[in-house]
Design a binder for this molecule. Structure first.
Ligand SMILES: [Cu+2]
Length: 137
């Protein structure tokens, strides 16, 4: 069970917009870009920073296994990520626990039901720190 040692370091994009068709940088996929790892698991990385926004706050996966990484590049703020209880077509119990500034964590889970799954930083829901994972049909 040593496979969890892989850590994705994703550089800050420096203000680049996610146009959806931009070429992936050679250093790794852009934030929010879903790729398939050699083991067949879909991988996606989100970022948090010193605000109340997931970067990006939407991404789309196909039904199957998902490996989700959150990198907190904030200098001051801590965040977590959980799927909002009762909000999606099926429950997802996996969650990223509190990330201090500079920390990252990765979770894996399986999705089967198409639809939209709202996720949140449970510490900042009053500040609208929400996002949406879409599972395609
Ligand atoms: Cu937060």
């Amino acid at each position: 069970m040593a496979a969890a040692a892989v850590i994705l370091l994703v550089g800050c994009g420096g203000g680049g917009e996610t146009a959806g068709q931009a070429a992936a940088p050679s250093s790794g996929p852009a934030l929010g870009t879903v790729t398939t790892a050699p083991d067949g698991v879909q991988e996606v990385t989100l970022q948090t920073q010193d605000d109340y926004v997931f970067t990006p706050d939407t991404f789309t996966v196909a039904p199957g296994r998902v490996r989700l990484t959150v990198v907190n590049v904030a200098e001051q703020m801590a965040h977590n990520l959980r799927f909002t209880p009762g909000a999606g077509p099926e429950p997802i119990d996996a969650e990223i626990s509190l990330l201090a500034p500079g920390e990252s964590d990765t979770i894996e889970f399986t999705v089967t039901a198409p639809g939209e799954y709202t996720f949140e930083c449970s510490f900042h829901t009053q500040l609208q720190q929400y996002g949406t994972m879409t599972v395609s049909g």
